[in-house]
Design a protein around this ligand. Structure first.
Ligand SMILES: [Zn+2]
Length: 237
């Protein structure tokens, strides 16, 4: 029953996979913002009980992290798009210059997927008549020419999701009473990491217990290590 249920939840509509990728990237960005900002504010809280340096470090970490994520995403998605464009224009040129070989190549690729020679030939001919470039791009390159990645969108999505994630530990440590703020920030971060772990497991349609546990333990480890480092450095300087 489970297999059948999963099968029916598979993304079939065009664009669903792309949308899922965005959601996944958003959840990962938020997760990054939560863990790195929690590490910073808790690390500084290990060194000092003054609120100003803790909040200053947290805000600087939020800004630096969000921009670094956005730039990194922009650069990586841009180069991915550049290489996709280069591959598509090479394919376009081959289709223009050697259409016969390209048709034979397409039929060969469908035959390699398990279709009989005749069916592969007929599929290749029909798809070539509809949109030759799209057919070659899909089978040879795994690219949909109408759905190339947008570096600007990716950069903004990373930036915003990182900020949203980072605000949680930052607000927790700034607004809570001094005596309990470290403990309650750790608790709030653990809850938030449960949520992002759960979301990413749901988006991947995988079982959730292990991913949630890994996510919470990873974040807890990061906070424990930075708190220890903050305490040691705070005493040393
Ligand atoms: Zn081709």
């Amino acid at each position: 029953m489970d297999a059948e249920l999963l099968d029916h939840q598979e993304p079939h509509k065009p664009g669903t996979a792309a949308r899922l990728n965005w959601l996944r990237a958003g959840v990962l960005g938020a997760n990054d913002g939560i863990v790195s900002t929690a590490g910073i504010v808790i690390g500084v809280a290990g060194a000092t009980s003054q609120t100003a340096p803790i909040v200053t470090a947290g805000v600087a970490g939020l800004a630096a992290g969000a921009m670094s994520m956005a730039v990194g995403e922009y650069v990586s998605v841009s180069s991915q798009r550049d290489s996709e464009r280069a591959l598509l224009s090479k394919e376009r040129r081959e289709l223009r210059e050697t259409p016969e070989q390209e048709l034979a190549e397409l039929a060969g690729l469908y035959a390699a997927k398990g279709l009989t020679r005749e069916v592969a030939q007929s599929v290749a001919e029909q798809l070539t008549a509809v949109d030759a470039l799209a057919a070659h791009a899909e089978v040879e390159l795994g690219i949909n020419p109408d759905e190339l990645a947008h570096p600007g969108h990716a950069a903004w999505a990373s930036f915003l999701s990182f900020v949203v994630g980072a605000l949680l530990p930052l607000l927790a440590i700034s607004l809570l009473p001094v005596s309990v703020r470290v403990a309650l920030t750790v608790f709030a971060v653990a809850l938030a990491l449960m949520l992002t772990g759960l979301l990413s497991a749901r988006l991947g349609q995988s079982p959730w217990r292990r991913p949630v546990l890994r996510n919470v333990l990873g974040g807890a480890l990061a906070m424990a290590v930075t708190y220890a480092i903050g305490t040691v450095v705070g005493h040393a300087v």
